[in-house]
Design a binder for this molecule. Structure first.
Ligand code: AGP
Length: 615
């Protein structure tokens, strides 16, 4: 949601801002705009509803004077539709100050009423314009831009990242954040601000994450970070571990196609350096290690795809570490008055590390005295910084809105944690640990094999492109895979899709089955010790008898499903807990190919944002 870029340095702001906004496009947006202080000291802006290309075409048709200081924004509409007028930047009453915003200012109506009473008028329906007008008024009261911003942000409720510039301070951009991301990029004679490092990684890999309730001021040669009241703080610099080329399509038809293909590497990188001599080594847990022995309960919190990774984590943690685990959607968690104590470990899972629902749930857990661990893919993200410890997944930048490689990396990280916790608690024999680690280490190679099924699935997807509804069934660890398969199809192909626990079928969903209804079934291995395979094959027969078209994802060589399935997509042999890492891939490919066959944008599906930074 909303991408933010700020730049101070050389007279090339427009190029930096548009390049940064292009790299932030993946966040999801519906309008774009820039504000620049020209070398002559004028403040110029341009903003347009629609994709960035609309703004770029507009700038080509009628050039905007460039300058050394600028801010750029992609807006995901909240207050007011995606129109030119509602797009950011918004200006102060005197037109000398421009401001952009990510988040929601919850008390904007009250602040707007105050400004209206003071004779102010508004051109947009946004909460952002209220902040711009307020900041303009505070600026007039003196003390400079950063001090004025400090006086404004203490009055704001909600979540926000704000960037502003003023023509009377031509080589300055100021920013502030609360519960919404903002990162500094450090250059030579130039500095950057961005919603995430993608905004400036083509210029610098030196970055600084700004803490909660902090204000930053950048000039070409200085970076100053303070709290909201002007007291200076010392932020920590970090090196971005990937370069600009990692966030490029590199010849693939879409970021999603590229990211699906990167899954073997994403898992391998997440495991790398963390397995030694048949033990899991997680220095990442330093902030938590001493508490781990006393933990008696785990609550996993996450949203969407990350919550399905959490469901798989539950199976693994309970089996290996013999500890009770529950999985809750972050947005439901804190409203359910959860019972938490210092011996509860709350594990949050978030690719972006900025999902507002999950961040708020983490804060709730911290306030309730629980221990917190996050599993996160984005260095320096807010959720990671708030937690007692973080296990980073090393999936590399995930640009497509639909999560793919981050999902398998999250499962790998959860399994590493589960095996480590089992060792701490003494609940798993060294032989069983070794067997599980060998299984985990073999996943990257097996993923390569699954990717070879792509062409066959592409044919299937083309053939099914006019499907009106698709169902997905799975049992045990196959159930979260079914849910994920359905979510992928909904978000990419806009087709009604539902995932069910196969055992639940007879309790209602079987009524949906009519002749020709496509149903994907995640079939457990026939070697499964719990005889789940036989139960799933029975479920297949039940729905086939009612006319369903069966698309089975089954272990290579499993002949038992052949007589009942219309299509069988084989996956390599793996232990039960590890099958989901493989079985999910054909479903990701299916959703992507079906959306492609329908002519849809698979990287930026309608209405969705990559990073959901509002509640
Ligand atoms: C995945 O395809 C979705 N776009 C979405 O469900 C996502 O997984 C969810 O919003 C959580 O995001 P996070 O991992 O960045 O917290």
């Amino acid at each position: 949601m909303c991408g933010i870029v700020g730049y101070v340095g050389r007279p090339k702001s427009l190029e930096v801002l548009l390049g940064g906004l292009r790299r932030l496009e993946y966040r999801g947006y519906d309008s774009a705009g820039v504000a620049i202080i020209t070398e002559e000291g004028d403040l110029v802006t341009r903003k347009r509803a629609g994709k960035l290309a609309v703004l770029v075409d507009d700038l080509a048709a009628e050039a905007l004077t460039d300058g050394s200081t600028g801010i750029g924004h992609t807006r995901w509409a909240t207050h007011g539709g995606p129109t030119d007028g509602n797009a950011h930047p918004h200006l102060s009453r005197d037109g000398k100050l421009a401001l952009i915003h990510n988040g929601i200012i919850e008390n904007f109506a009250e602040l707007k009423a105050e400004l209206l009473a003071d004779g102010y008028t508004f051109e947009s329906e946004t909460d952002t314009e209220v902040a711009a007008k307020l900041l303009g008024r505070e600026y007039e009261a003196g003390g400079g831009l950063a001090a004025a911003l400090g006086r404004v942000v203490v009055r704001l409720e909600g979540a926000f990242t704000l960037l502003a510039l003023h023509r009377d301070e031509p080589l300055v951009v100021v920013g502030a954040r609360r519960n919404s991301p903002l990162v500094i990029g450090l250059g030579e004679g130039e500095n950057f601000l961005g919603s995430d490092v993608a905004a400036f990684v083509e210029h610098t890999q030196r970055a600084v994450a700004i803490g909660q309730d902090q204000i930053v001021t950048i000039t070409p040669d200085t970076v100053t970070v303070t709290d909201f009241f002007g007291t200076e703080v010392q932020p920590t610099e970090f090196q971005v571990s990937w370069d600009a080329s990692a966030a490029e399509k590199g010849g693939w038809s879409s970021f999603m196609a590229k990211e699906i293909s990167e899954q073997p590497e994403a898992v391998a990188n997440t495991l790398r350096t963390r397995i030694h001599d048949d033990h899991v080594v997680l220095p990442d847990l330093a902030g938590l290690e001493e508490s781990l022995v006393g933990i008696d309960r785990i609550v996993i919190i996450a949203c969407g795809t990350a919550s399905y990774a959490g469901m798989l984590g539950k199976y693994a943690l309970e089996k290996w570490a013999r500890i009770p685990v529950e999985v809750q959607l972050s947005h439901e968690f804190r409203y359910s008055e959860p019972v938490l104590s210092p011996t509860t470990l709350v594990v949050s899972i978030s690719q972006s590390g900025e999902t507002m629902d999950t961040l708020m749930a983490v804060k709730y857990a911290i306030e309730a005295g629980a221990k917190t661990l996050s599993i996160c893919n984005t260095q320096g993200a807010t959720i990671a910084r708030e937690s007692d410890a973080v296990i980073y997944t090393h999936a590399g930048p995930e640009v497509a809105v639909a999560s793919t490689k981050a999902f398998v990396a999250q499962i790998a990280a959860l399994y590493l944690f589960g095996l480590h916790l089992a060792e701490v608690r003494g609940t798993l024999s060294p032989e069983a640990t070794k067997e599980a680690l060998d299984e985990l280490s073999s996943i990257p190679e097996k993923l390569e094999q699954v990717l070879l099924t792509k062409e066959r699935i592409q044919e299937l997807a083309k053939w099914m492109s006019d499907s009106r509804a698709v169902l997905f069934l799975g049992r045990h660890v196959g159930y979260p895979v079914a849910l994920e398969g359905a979510l992928k199809l909904k978000e990419l192909a806009y087709i009604h899709a539902e995932g069910f626990a196969a055992g639940e079928l007879k309790h209602g969903p079987i009524a949906l089955i009519e002749p020709g209804q496509p149903v994907f079934v995640v079939v457990p291995s026939p070697r499964d010790p719990n005889s789940l395979h036989a139960k799933v094959v029975s479920n297949i027969q039940e729905i086939r008898a009612r006319g369903a078209r069966i698309l089975a994802i089954a272990e290579q060589g499993d002949a038992s499903v052949l007589p009942f399935a219309d299509e069988v997509i084989p996956i390599p042999l793996a232990g039960a807990l590890f099958e989901p890492l493989l079985a999910v891939v054909p479903l990701q490919i299916f959703a992507m190919e079906l959306a492609t066959a329908k002519g849809l944008d698979v990287d930026q599906p309608r209405n969705l944002a990559k990073s959901v930074t509002v509640e």
